[in-house]
Design a protein around this ligand. Structure first.
Ligand code: CTP
Ligand SMILES: C[C@](O)(CO)[C@H](O)COP(=O)(O)O
Length: 396
């Protein structure tokens, strides 16, 4: 094991994120950005000491967050400075074991893979200074008084963090920079000014720094990729199917697809027993791997007694869309000997479209009898099935 100290920077203002507050507190998936970043290091056995540089005014908020999202190891909180470089220096001053390499990492980079931390640590032990960086994929233009120049892309690398250094080297580099009032945009540049070699460890294009609002979408998509085990690029498609049955009984309204259909009997259930909307909700939950409606709205919970299934479906749809999915299309079949469904099909289709906030063209609703066979044929109950295709464009 090649142990190291990690200094995580979170004392910025996140101005470019336009969120009106420090981006470190914005929730990405199930936890705030800074908690994702901290937990990468917390879960790495090689990380010996964890220092979190925070804005003095946000210190108590950060302490609360650490209580709400507890980590295995203790976190040493340090007040940062006006510029990123001042915050790094404050972190360096707080390091206890100065024999270990120091990793300096942006709190705004939550997706650094653990294997890269290890590769970086091994390199830092060997070379004293190393950073993660990726080859530039765009053509880079330099604007000057004479016009534009095109740089030789084959020599260009985009610097990431962590950047890792032997303690004495990075401390000296920072002290020298402070004396000459030099401010660099990363820590490796301060070591380069000492004419010392800095090694590159090839980073990952997933190790993004969340800087602008667009980066939040990328981060959400990345997390949902991880949850769903997606491999590769491009839009992600997920398919789900649903099936449900409710018994027909006297004294209940017959609600199908959110529309009350005049009939001598109605559907029996804990909620309003809307067999079609339940089926669609199940298909949507199935597509995103979130179980079924029984898991989300247990029929033992009095809160859902006679519940409007339209509201339940909208709640399910919020879960789907929060994960970045849109409806590709949906095809549903109501299996009923009676009542006659044809007069209500268009109304049902429009109602489902309005519940899901999509155009009706993405939805098909049809009905069939079972030629008087089985429980549906004997008019004892009504069944429904649905197939749903979801698309996540944030993956492209
Ligand atoms: N005085 C500062 C400035 C920045 N940072 C941290 O350095 C990292 C990289 O900086 P950046 O992404 O630019 O974050 P902000 O400075 O918060 O963003 P902005 O420049 O848009 O205000 C962030 O984790 C940020 O919290 C810091 O600790 N102290
Ligand atoms: C350190 C860094 O993340 C390397 O790419 C970057 O330079 C930080 O810049 P910022 O303007 O402070 O976000």
């Amino acid at each position: 094991m090649k142990k190291y100290t990690a200094i995580i920077l979170a004392a910025g203002q996140g101005k470019r994120m336009l969120a009106g507050r420090n981006k470190q507190f914005l929730k990405i998936g199930d936890q705030p950005l800074i908690c994702h970043t901290l937990s990468v290091f917390d879960q790495d056995e090689w990380c010996e000491e964890l220092i979190l540089v925070t804005n003095e005014r946000e210190r108590s908020q950060m302490e609360e967050l650490l209580k709400e999202y507890p980590l295995r190891q203790s976190v040493h909180l340090v007040d940062g400075g006006a510029e990123r470089q001042d915050s790094v220096f404050a972190g360096l001053e707080a390091v206890r074991n100065r024999e270990l390499p120091v990793f300096i990492h942006d709190g705004a980079r939550p997706f650094v893979p653990q294997e890269l931390l290890h590769e970086l640590s091994v390199t830092a032990y060997e070379k004293k200074a190393a950073l993660l960086a990726v080859p530039v994929t765009d053509t880079i233009k330099q604007k000057s008084n004479h016009g534009l120049d095109t740089l030789d892309r084959s020599t260009l690398w985009a610097a990431q963090t962590p950047q890792a250094f032997s303690y004495d080297l990075i401390y000296e580099a920072h002290e020298r920079a402070r004396k000459s009032r030099y401010y660099g945009t990363d820590d490796a540049s301060l070591v380069e000014r000492l004419d010392k070699e800095v090694a590159i460890v090839k980073g990952s294009y997933d190790n993004i720094k969340l800087t602008t609002p667009e980066d939040l979408h990328k981060a959400q998509a990345y997390l949902s990729n991880q949850r769903n085990g997606k491999v590769g690029d491009g839009p992600m498609f997920r398919v789900g199917q649903g099936f449900d049955v409710h018994q027909l009984t006297e004294g209940r309204p017959c609600i199908i697809g959110g529309i009350e259909i005049p009939y001598e009997k109605g559907l029996l259930g804990h909620s309003d027993a809307d067999v079609l909307l339940h089926t669609i909700a199940d298909a949507c939950l199935g597509a995103i791997g979130e179980g079924d409606i029984g898991k989300h709205f247990p029929d033992t919970d009095p809160a859902f007694k006679d519940a409007d299934s339209g509201k339940l479906l909208q709640h399910v749809w919020d879960i789907v869309t929060e994960q970045g999915y849109e409806l590709g299309n949906m095809d549903c079949t109501v299996i009923a000997q009676a009542p006659k469904m044809a007069p209500y099909i268009e109304q049902i289709r429009e109602n489902i479209a309005s519940l899901l906030r999509v155009e009706p063209g993405r939805i098909n609703v049809k009905a069939t009898t079972t030629e008087k066979l089985g429980f549906t044929g004997r008019k004892e109950g009504i069944a429904a099935q649905a197939v749903v295709l979801l698309q996540n464009n944030q993956h492209s």
